[in-house]
Design a protein around this ligand. Structure first.
Ligand code: BES
Ligand code: ZN
Ligand code: MN
Length: 497
């Protein structure tokens, strides 16, 4: 879809294609409803009464050729009790409208819902939510299908008062962020025979041609060997697909300390020698969703030309069993010098991430945020709608929580500052174990990472539960937490000023 903000006054001169207007329960009407109903001499109200339509959520009606109203189609949308909307209900309402709109091919849709009063949600956020919900609804992954779906309608948010600038900035942000989300979904949904670490490195190299201010550096297996990234390297040893790291530098201002974003990009996690059970193993193509989110975020911020320095790192590899694979009981010397006893080859994400956490010290980062589908334990703890947040810095985690509440892309902070968690990481023969079958798996994984995330402010976001969801029993990438990350970065541009 395409999005615009426009001012129109009824009765208008030209015939409009389609307008969407809200009604509320107890016959409390919006201004626009009253106006159009008046022009039609109560024709609309009569129809609503005859059909017992009271404005409940999920009660919608499509009307054509209303007397005196120059509009082909009017979609009247039930919005429940006036002034009792929240973001969740608004999502239901918008999905209802889009499910109607998808069946037709309106050229232009005049949208009268962005000025609805919603709890804890200002106009700006209503517009951004609306664009998110629409884009999420119409997304389909049809690369391998004959039939491809396109929705090219123009959605025109009708400006009702003089807050043009709010509309313009919300539309600009919403469009860029949803471009990023779509790019991330498109790579995350790819099968692992196509979306290999090499494929992702080529994808990131193309960014330099698409945007200004971006340069890309690729680290291949040989270079990793040279600098001693042995933990990273061990994960891909069993795979014929070689590991690649993409370092994307987005730089607009050489005075600023960079924010480093790091994404786990395991293109398929079979578990390795500690093989996973076959049930749902196919979902492990999504074990690169952290990297996909970072990739999408770069698209969004480059599109918005945010005044920031961001170093975005996609840490890619494939975890497979073979006679070359690393094994439980191997001892590995990480880039930092810390030695790790492998107890479980399925705890591979932390091995890939730990060497990068060492590598990035040279950038003197302002903040480091890693995004990873790291632990099944995080799904047990928080479920499928809230990502896990763990950090070594209270101020950073507060900023992330703020952005997540604003963007309605939720996170919940879990503690890592307790010695008992670190006790679980002790090894008899090395400095650390990579896993110990213990309790609080999401937290102990973060504690492992924290041993490497020294000398800078760091946060870890476990998206194992939120990176994808199921529709009709089929998995689909969610694009999370791009909305939150972009909001964090947008907020960061204000701090720079
Ligand atoms: N990629 C998985 C985590 C995962 C599991 C994400 C399910 C999404 C859904 C990760 O590499 C993994 O296998 N973690 C193990 C860690 C354990 C061996 C300590 C896990 O969670 O079981
Ligand atoms: Zn994994
Ligand atoms: Mn694993």
């Amino acid at each position: 879809m395409r999005y615009f903000a426009e001012k129109i006054v009824f009765p208008n001169k030209n015939t409009l294609d389609c307008i969407v207007i809200p009604i509320f329960e107890q016959y409390k009407f919006s201004k626009i409803f009253k106006k159009i109903n008046d022009i039609s001499n109560n024709y609309i109200l009569n129809i609503l009464e005859k059909n017992n339509i009271k404005g409940k959520i999920n009660q919608n009606i499509i009307l054509y050729k209303i007397p005196n109203v120059l509009c082909n189609t009017i979609i009247i949308v039930g919005c429940g009790i006036k002034n009792s909307l929240n973001r969740e209900k608004n999502k239901l309402i918008i999905n209802n409208i889009i499910n109607i709109i998808k069946k037709y091919s309106f050229k232009e849709i005049y949208w009268y819902l962005t000025d609805l009063k919603i709890d804890n949600c200002k106009l700006y956020w209503n517009i951004r939510d609306t664009i998110n919900i629409i884009e999420d609804n119409i997304y389909s992954f049809d690369k391998f299908k004959k039939q491809k779906l396109f929705f090219k309608s123009k959605i025109k948010f009708v400006i009702t008062d003089n807050n043009k600038n709010v509309y313009f900035s919300a539309i600009e942000h919403g469009k860029a962020i949803n471009l990023g989300i779509k790019k991330a979904k498109n790579i995350a949904n790819l099968p692992p025979n196509i979306c290999t670490p090499k494929y992702l490195s080529l994808k990131t190299e193309k960014l330099t041609k698409q945007y200004n201010n971006i340069s890309v550096e690729i680290i291949n297996e040989k270079m990793m060997q040279k600098i001693g990234m042995n933990a990273y390297l061990s994960v891909s040893k069993g795979s014929k697909n070689k590991p690649y790291i993409s370092i994307i530098k987005y730089q607009t201002n050489n005075k600023l300390q960079p924010i480093v974003l790091l994404g786990k990009g395991v293109t398929f996690d079979s578990g390795g020698i500690s093989l996973k059970p076959s049930k749902n193993m196919e979902d492990m193509k999504y074990d690169m969703c952290g990297a996909a989110a970072i990739y999408g975020t770069i698209h969004a911020i480059a599109k918005l030309n945010l005044s920031l320095n961001v170093i975005a790192i996609l840490a890619c590899g494939e975890n497979m069993p073979s006679s070359n694979a690393y094994r439980p009981s191997d001892v590995i010397k990480t880039m930092s010098g810390i030695t790790v006893e492998i107890k479980n080859t399925d705890a591979e994400g932390r091995l890939i991430l730990c060497d990068i956490l060492t590598y990035i010290k040279k950038y003197n980062p302002k903040y480091v945020i890693d995004i990873a589908t790291l632990t099944g334990a995080c799904v047990i703890a928080l479920g499928n709608n809230i990502s896990g947040l763990m950090s070594n810095n209270k101020r950073l985690s507060k900023k992330i929580i703020k952005a997540s509440l604003e963007a309605d892309d939720r996170v919940w902070e879990l503690p890592i500052n307790d010695k008992k968690y670190f006790d679980q990481l002790k090894s008899n023969i090395a400095h650390l174990v990579n896993s110990n079958n213990g309790v609080a798996g999401a937290i102990t994984a973060a504690c492992f990472l924290s041993k490497f995330a020294t000398k800078y402010k760091w946060a870890h976001i476990d998206i194992a539960g939120t990176a994808w969801y199921y529709v009709n029993n089929q998995a689909m990438a969610s694009g999370r937490p791009i909305n939150m990350l972009c909001q964090f970065l947008i907020n960061q541009t204000f701090h720079n000023k």
